[in-house]
Design a protein around this ligand. Sequence first.
Ligand code: SF4
Ligand code: SF4
Length: 483
Amino acid sequence: MSEHAYNPASARAEEFINDAEVRSTIKYALDNKGNRALVEEILSKPGLMKDGLTHREAAVILVQEDEEVWERVYSLAREVKRKYYGNRIVMFAPLYLSNYCVNGCVYCPYHMQNKAIPRMKLSQEDIAREVTALQDMGHKRLAIEAGEHPVMNPIGYILESIDTIYSIKHKNGAIRRVNVNIAATTVENYRKLHEAGIGTYILFQETYDKARYEMLHPRGPKSDYAYHTEAMDRAQEGGIDDVGVGVLFGLTDYRYDFTALIMHAEHLVARFGVGPHTISLPRICDADDIDSKSFENGIPDLLFERITALLRISVPYTGMIISTRERPSMRRRLLELGVSQISGGSRTSVGGYADEADRGEMTDDEKHSVQFDINDNRTLDEVVRWLLELGYIPSFCTACYKSGRTGDRFMSLLKSGQIANCCGPNAIMTLKEYLIDYASEATRKAAVPVIERELGLIPNETAREKCESMLERIEHGERDFRF
Ligand code: SF4
Ligand code: SF4
């Protein structure tokens, strides 16, 4: 018998992600495979659109094989997405600061033993060049990424880099929200990040299965499962109330990580009153020194679609993110089933945005410092046009962060549905800025009917009129309006 009992409100990893509870949930789900009455009860429960599913309920659905059940899940996922996100897709780009890392994650080419890749770290001058190039593409929201290295990437370097990023104002450009994806750290360091004005703190769990986690992280500070799993709790204690979670699907039995991911969200609600701001959905893919086919738990497209849709209805209030690991056709399908944030024009190497903009290509070192292979190589302009042609409205909005609407204030607004009167106008206005400042003629044309339609969808008449007047002011050169 384990000494740890399941307790979602506990501060201890082994209690809120309790192994026995995960395993008994999977067993309960498998015992109910084909139980149509239970499936029906779960998918028609009152409050599903608002409260989502518990980990037990979601696990029961996950193991079903009946296509009819999945059609129902897809339809509910589309409904949840429409209700909370409308047609908006939030755009962002990753910015890799450094690939020095002391950890040994076996699925990542930045692991310390890999001597084949060039190690690189951006200076503040490099960062200024990268940010200028990103602004010239039209980005307003970045996610910074760095390996864990106490000497090369100490917290002081990360803080200085955030300051540099916010300080660059090139033409009409500005990075208005910096999300941070760095290794688990102390409450004190999280407080410093909070004070530096970060948006979301993102940390992937990789896998919640402790035994598997320890096998995949044989060395370095990241090998401490509890310290890593409790990172979001420390981030909250340090004042960061927007946290982003995620697993790397393919590292272990997907049913384990799926169930535990929902338990993690339940834990954050139980302990801090607010669930994760975002869930990222990466799955293992090829990179230098990494062959995704050597991971026997890799998940095929159909299963990935099911997981995405089921997560969408399980945690309806949480933003869902996919990266350029996925090819365009898969991204399109996942956008339909629940994803609300995507990266565009991304480079997953250290440096490269500026060189590509100046010289048309990266240096060899930059090319060889990629963390994972990109399957969507389109420019931001091409991705924006593609989204518009699919009927979405690409949004560069960062209004909630800039208005201090974070954590539970953000969640309660989202749950009340009132956010439609903010997000809609903000998406239109930030898209308009993008179109005027950065877009190609073809993208501008594609946006005309979408903006027209979206204006008509703003529920509140006063908000609509205000938005129309701000659009005119944007045409006359003003920027950074928000609701
Ligand atoms: Fe380092 Fe992160 Fe890669 Fe692990 S996943 S080796 S911590 S950069
Ligand atoms: Fe996101 Fe807030 Fe902007 Fe809506 S208003 S798109 S929730 S930042």
